[in-house]
Ligand binder design. Structure first.
Ligand code: FAD
Length: 411
């Protein structure tokens, strides 16, 4: 490890790794340190709740680049290093080992840690988050002795984990606090569709189910999740999928403006000079959310912000203004979503959910703001343009699946 880098990137996940790649693509010739606290080279996180958990893809196939890539590009990959302090005046970071590393510019790309429950029994060893390879390796190691799994949280990660574990023959129960799954990210129609799908595949979906304790045995293992209404769900494994807490501590302590994540401008600059923040930990004003200051937790956002930072460092004029997109795989359903549906005042269902191929088009003030497309890639690809342009279209035509979206757009 050098004691100084022109660019120091803290966090070697999607955003950090892609920032290093983008800098070299932009012909940045200075020194780059890519520092992360995990012991593995940068890898894709989405397969953790999909093909990796299912055992269908080994770790080598989810690495973002082959291990030799980093040294070939003269990027110093520094694994197993946790930054505990940032000094923006002296331009240096301190690691948990007390080592210090100086920087010319710092890119903070630390993502988030899984939000866990804080209630009696919640420290038990068989209660898992799903954020890192280490988390999922622990889950996989315990599977041979697990019959029943309780998944707390009906968001994308909880649903994906439930789908994989069901396919692996486990008896899975999802406990969701709200009155529908995916309530934070999708409209009711999509929620009901996924609830039904999971139930048909054998998953038990319990709504308005709030966990307030875990019962534990004398070995300190959780044996049941207890709800506020007194119901109990026994299992050998508990998975918590209730969101993340952005990893911003050292930067906030250094004085960076922050709320729900580190605040950044359209160039991903923080309020501290020569310090950027990107990916899941960065809150930015997003045109597709009516300018609201939001954090996006997606590969799209991590990759696109990484490119913006690299261009900004190279002195190019570039602002972050990408249309948000996301995907989720559950059973044989491929969901692709574009735009942000929050705040929609109307929606149209294109196609019949019973056929397992349909799209939901969300509108606000007559304009298309988002689409959720289930096994409907064509709609997703063509709908993207509608969201980007914020077009007002004929609603009846939009609902008619015999008319491709691009024809509706032309009309
Ligand atoms: P991360 O990829 O989390 O990387 C941050 C890195 O920084 C981590 O390695 C962390 O350990 C490290 N770090 C944190 N603090 C420090 C510190 N102080 N010092 C040093 N290192 C530190 N998105 C999609 O678009 N589609 C999907 O289908 C999808 N599925 C997902 C499934 C799962 C199970 C998970 C967990 C996420 C999924 N996501 C998906 C979200 C996507 O993976 C994230 O949005 C993306 O990883 C964000 O990239 P990031 O670089 O900001 O954070």
């Amino acid at each position: 490890m050098n004691t100084s880098y022109d660019i120091l990137i803290v966090g070697a996940g999607h955003a950090g790794a892609n920032a290093a790649i983008a800098l070299r693509q932009q012909k940045f010739e200075g020194t780059i340190g890519l520092m992360g606290n995990e012991k593995y080279p940068p890898y894709e996180r989405p397969p953790l709740s999909k093909e990796y958990l299912a055992g269908d893809k080994p770790f080598e196939r989810i690495m973002l680049r082959p291990e030799s890539f980093w040294s070939e590009r003269k990027i110093d990959l520094l694994t197993g290093c946790r930054v505990s302090k940032v000094d923006p005046m002296d331009k240096k970071v301190t690691l948990s080992t007390d080592d210090e590393v100086r920087f010319g510019k710092l890119i903070w790309a630390t993502g988030g840690s899984p939000r866990m429950l804080d209630c009696p029994g919640s420290q038990a060893r068989n209660i898992h988050g799903v954020r890192s390879r280490a988390d999922v390796d622990k889950i996989m190691a315990a599977l041979p002795t697990t019959e029943k799994v309780v998944v707390v949280g009906g968001g994308y990660i909880g649903l994906e984990a439930a789908a994989v574990l069901t396919k692996l023959g486990k008896k899975v129960t999802i406990l969701e606090t709200m009155d529908r799954v995916l309530s934070r990210v999708a409209g009711k129609t999509l929620s009901r569709f996924y609830e039904e799908e999971h139930r048909q595949q054998g998953v038990s979906v319990e709504l308005e189910a709030m966990v307030d304790a875990f019962e534990t045995n004398e070995d300190g293992m959780a044996i049941a999740a207890k709800l506020t209404d007194g119901r109990k769900f026994a299992a050998e494994m508990f998975i918590i999928g209730i969101g993340i807490i952005p990893e911003t501590g050292p930067l906030v302590a250094a004085g960076a403006a922050a709320g729900n994540g580190v605040d950044v401008d359209q160039h991903c600059r923080t309020s501290l000079e020569d310090i950027y923040a990107i990916g899941d930990c960065a809150a930015h004003s997003n045109r597709f959310a009516d300018g609201a200051h939001i954090r996006l937790e997606s590969v799209q956002n991590a990759n696109d912000q990484a490119k913006v930072v690299a261009l900004d460092i190279m002195g190019e004029d570039c602002e972050y203004d990408s249309v948000p997109w996301f995907w989720s795989n559950q059973f044989d359903l491929k969901l692709q979503t574009v735009g942000l549906s929050t705040g929609h005042d109307h929606y149209i269902v294109r196609g019949d959910p019973a056929n397992r191929t349909f799209s939901i088009v969300y509108l606000k003030d007559g304009k298309v703001i988002a689409l959720d497309c289930v096994n409907a890639t064509k709609d997703y690809v063509q709908g993207r343009k509608l969201v980007e342009a914020g077009l007002t279209l004929d609603i009846e035509q939009l609902a008619n699946t015999s008319i491709p979206i691009k024809e509706v757009e032309r009309a």
